[in-house]
Design a protein around this ligand. Structure first.
Ligand SMILES: Cc1cc2nc3c(=O)[nH]c(=O)nc-3n(C[C@H](O)[C@H](O)[C@H](O)COP(=O)(O)O)c2cc1C
Length: 225
C-alpha cells in the first residue's frame, strides 16, 4: 500500500492533468475495460436520497454523433474525434415526484426498503420536495434537481478518467430543446421519462493545455472557527 502522501500527490497530479480537452486524437481509443471503469465511477456516485435519477448513454454510433455535432456548438470540435462520448440524461418529474412509480420501485427493489417503511419515507421526500427545496412549483425545479445529481456522477467520471491518464471535456454547449428533440427522435428519452442534462467527451489529447488558472485558495475557501 502506498503511503498517504504519495497517494495524495497522485490524486492532485490527476486534478492538474485534467483539463477541458478541446481536441482529441482520433487515432487513440480508450480500452473498453477502462471506459467501463469510468462508467462504474458514475454508477457508484452519490445522489440525493439515493434515487440515482440518471442514465449514461454512450454514443459510439457515427451517424448519431454527426447529428449531435450539428446540434451542439460546445461539442462541435470533439466529435467525431473523441474516443467515447456520453450523454448524461436526468429523470424527469414523471419519475422523481414523490409519488412516482419509479421512486417506489427504486426504494423497494434497489434500496431494499420493507413495504411498511415506504409510505413514511415518501412522506419525508414529499416534505423535502414541497417545503425544503420547493421543487414542486412547475416542472423545471424537479428536473434541475435530478440534473444536479448527474453532475456529481460527471465529476467522478472525469476525475477517475484523469487518474488513469484519460482526458475529458464536459459539455453544456447546446440548446436543451433541440437536443431533447433529437434524442426523442432517436428514441432515447423513454417517452418523456428522461431529458438531457449534460454531455462529456473522453479520449486522449492532441496537445498540451495551457497552464491551469484558478482563483487563490483563500479567496475560494472560508473557514469559520
Ligand atoms: C458543466 C460544464 C460545462 C462545460 N461545457 C463546455 C462546453 O460545452 N465546451 C467546452 O469546450 N468546454 C466546456 N466546459 C469546460 C470549461 O470551460 C472548463 O472546465 C473551465 O474553463 C475550466 O478549465 P479546465 O477544465 O481546463 O480546468 C464545461 C465545463 C463544465 C463544468
Amino acid at each position: 500500500m502506498r503511503d498517504k502522501e504519495t497517494l495524495k500527490q497522485e490524486i492532485m497530479d490527476a486534478f492538474h492533468f485534467r483539463h477541458a480537452t478541446k481536441a482529441f486524437d482520433p487515432d487513440k481509443k480508450i480500452l473498453e475495460e477502462d471506459f467501463r471503469f469510468i462508467l462504474e465511477a458514475g454508477r457508484l456516485s452519490p445522489s440525493s436520497f439515493g434515487f440515482e435519477p440518471w442514465r449514461f448513454v454512450v454514443v459510439q454510433n457515427a451517424a448519431l454523433r454527426e447529428k449531435i455535432k450539428q446540434t451542439s456548438w460546445g461539442a462541435f470540435s470533439k466529435l467525431p474525434e473523441a474516443s467515447h462520448f456520453v450523454i448524461l440524461l436526468a429523470r424527469t418529474k414523471l419519475d422523481t415526484v414523490y409519488h412516482a412509480k419509479y421512486l417506489k420501485d427504486h426504494l423497494r427493489d434497489v434500496l431494499q426498503f420493507p413495504d411498511e417503511a415506504l409510505d413514511k419515507y415518501l412522506t419525508r421526500v414529499e416534505e423535502f420536495q414541497r417545503d425544503d427545496f420547493k421543487l414542486l412549483e412547475g416542472d423545471r425545479p424537479l428536473f434541475d434537481w435530478a440534473c444536479k445529481q448527474t453532475y456529481v456522477a460527471l465529476a467522478n467520471m472525469m476525475t477517475v478518467a484523469a487518474q488513469i491518464g484519460i482526458d475529458s471535456c464536459p459539455i453544456e454547449g447546446f440548446n436543451m430543446d433541440k437536443m431533447n428533440q433529437l434524442l426523442e427522435e432517436e428514441d432515447l428519452l423513454e417517452n418523456g421519462h428522461f431529458g438531457i442534462s449534460v454531455m462529456a467527451a473522453f479520449g486522449y489529447r492532441v496537445k498540451e493545455p495551457r497552464l491551469k488558472t484558478r482563483r487563490p485558495f483563500d479567496d475560494v475557501v472560508k473557514w469559520v472557527d
